[in-house]
Ligand binder design. Structure first.
Ligand SMILES: [Zn+2]
Length: 115
């Protein structure tokens, strides 16, 4: 069972992570109703630069996907803390070992189920 102090510590780490992910996402993406979209930088570049720009945009899109997935996990974990289900595996409802939560506070499933 998670004690209050551990829970508090994990919550602080999740909030830190949320702030970090938010600012990283906002640098490369704009939040829309359908999720995060890559910013299209219009810096008045020459047309020759378009291919490069497209490549950069594609790379960002991949990064945005990873970051917003991580952000989702963090938000979900924070929600679970609120309703008291944090630390239980979403799949089998077993308690997630504290070591796993400390390594990855946003974990929503036990090691067995995440494989
Ligand atoms: Zn499980």
């Amino acid at each position: 069972m998670l004690d209050k102090n551990t829970l508090k510590e994990l919550k602080e780490r999740l909030l830190e992570e949320k702030t970090k992910l938010d600012s990283n996402l906002n640098k490369i993406a704009i939040k829309t109703d359908e999720g995060y979209k890559a910013r299209i930088e219009d810096l008045g570049r020459e047309e020759d630069d378009n291919a490069e720009e497209m490549e950069e945009k594609e790379a960002n899109q991949g990064l945005i996907k990873v970051l917003s997935k991580n952000l989702d996990d963090v938000l979900k974990a924070l929600e679970k803390m609120e309703d008291g289900t944090y630390g239980h595996c979403e799949n089998c409802d077993e308690e997630i070992p504290i070591e796993r939560l400390q390594a990855y506070p946003a974990a929503t499933s036990c090691v067995k189920c995440s494989k």
